[in-house]
Design a protein around this ligand. Structure first.
Ligand SMILES: [Zn+2]
Length: 425
């Protein structure tokens, strides 16, 4: 796909030592978003911005939220008819209890060819690989038939404010394809599950736990919603089956809070209760239909619970005000993403993977949501998610990445980018 001298000219600028040093330096900067202890993405973003400026790139730092910046790095080629975006996030999740770790979560230890630490796998190793890949292209002096932009973004592990800000400010305009640098164990993931996140808020009346008839308990209402979600899941499993790359659809209640705010107490019926549901979809499902069914579920559960309270009151011969409410909010509605196998970016990464590793590329699907989902949903940008690191390692203790695989990844990013610009659409 690319001439040998071109490949050689870029590859000679990728050095394992430099890549490992960069990845370790990134891991050593604690970038957990934790306003209480004062850590955020700011320090790591400044580090990346300085590194990229020193390499001679055009760099912009934009504050998304206080102490939470995005870094945008651009490299203009000769004919910017195509723009390839690299995306990686700077935030990491909490290490939890550091005493459970064998290595310091922010020590950047290298043992037996593996880098350990929070973010080594998700996704600072891949961030380093992407920076080195961009630098190798620039250093080689090759004439790139297109433009490369890197979004080094904050808040991926939270509400994804970084990528939304990136899009809002127009940086995604003109981007023709994006590589999402996340741990996929070297697989080329061209499809991704969709997500609907819903909040059900039930309102009843507070009372003493010993005198339930003087109140109206909102919890049984949400109990019905939980049952209904299981029914919806079973129905979806029967209807659409298992997606070959993405697996099964799921409707998972993840948070039940009663009261929805403030402390819970054993002898108090709360006035409010809320339930959060995390629904993950496959391409054969319709989000519109799911949202409609969630609304139907909410009205049915409300009707049935009201009916039960009415029967109870009739049985007991009492009369009480039964003003029960249930509100449904859709917090997130992101579709599945599906970049076709014959898209120039998939073909470019297939070729780069084969050239670097000597093995046939493996295609896969991403079960979780990433910043890429927003690029797809809001801007229609074809995305491929790929990077070093085992997929089950993120967010666990003793997070690690294999440095051999990370080196391959830097090469695949560099050659994949060059090949992308060379493939006619
Ligand atoms: Zn990640």
């Amino acid at each position: 796909m690319l001439q040998a001298d071109l490949v050689e000219g870029v590859m000679k600028h990728i050095h394992e030592g430099e890549l490992v040093d960069l990845a370790r330096a990134l891991v050593r900067i604690n970038s957990v978003w934790d306003p209480e202890s004062g850590t955020s993405e700011k320090e790591v973003a400044e580090f990346v911005a300085k590194w990229a400026r020193d390499e001679g790139f055009q760099v912009t730092v934009e504050e998304v939220l206080p102490a939470r910046p995005n870094v945008i790095i651009t490299w203009e080629g000769v004919d910017p008819s195509r723009t390839l975006m690299f995306e990686a996030h700077t935030d990491v999740v909490t290490p939890g209890d550091p005493s459970l770790w064998r290595y310091d979560p922010f020590g950047g230890d290298v043992v037996d060819g593996k880098l350990f630490g929070r973010g080594a796998n998700d996704t600072k190793g891949n961030l380093a690989a992407m920076l080195i890949a961009m630098a190798s292209i620039k250093r080689s002096g090759v004439k790139v038939q297109g433009r490369i932009i890197a979004g080094v973004l904050c808040d991926e592990e939270g509400m994804m404010a970084g990528v939304q800000d990136f899009i809002r400010r127009g940086h995604a305009d003109g981007v023709t394809a994006a590589i999402i640098c996340e741990p996929q164990d070297g697989m080329i993931c061209h499809v991704q599950k969709g997500a609907i996140r819903a909040r059900f808020i039930a309102k009843g009346r507070m009372s003493h736990g010993a005198m339930p008839l003087s109140g109206l308990n909102p919890m049984p209402l949400l109990g019905k919603v939980i049952g209904g979600l299981s029914q919806m899941e079973l129905k979806a499993i029967e209807k659409v089956g298992k997606d070959p790359l993405l697996g099964w659809p799921s409707f998972t209640p993840t948070v039940f809070r009663a009261p929805s705010k403030g402390p819970a107490q054993l002898n108090v019926i709360p006035a409010t209760a809320e339930l959060l549901a995390d629904i993950r979809t496959v391409p054969a499902q319709s989000h519109e239909e799911i949202v409609r069914e969630l609304r139907e579920l909410a009205s049915r559960c409300l009707r049935e619970t009201e009916e039960e309270y009415r029967s109870l009151d009739t049985l007991l011969g009492i009369e009480r005000e039964r003003a029960l409410e249930l509100r449904l909010e859709i917090l997130t509605d992101r579709p599945c993403t599906h970049t076709p196998l014959d898209h120039p970016l998939v073909r470019a990464l297939d070729w780069a993977t084969k050239s670097v590793t000597g093995r046939d590329p493996v295609h896969g699907g991403v079960p979780g949501a990433t910043d890429g989902t927003y690029l797809w949903a809001l801007k229609g940008i074809p995305i491929v998610t790929t990077g070093a690191g085992k997929r089950e390692v993120p967010h666990r203790v003793d997070e690690w990445v294999d440095l051999g695989q990370l080196l391959d990844t830097a090469k695949i990013y560099a050659l994949g980018a060059l090949a992308y610009f060379s493939i006619p659409s």
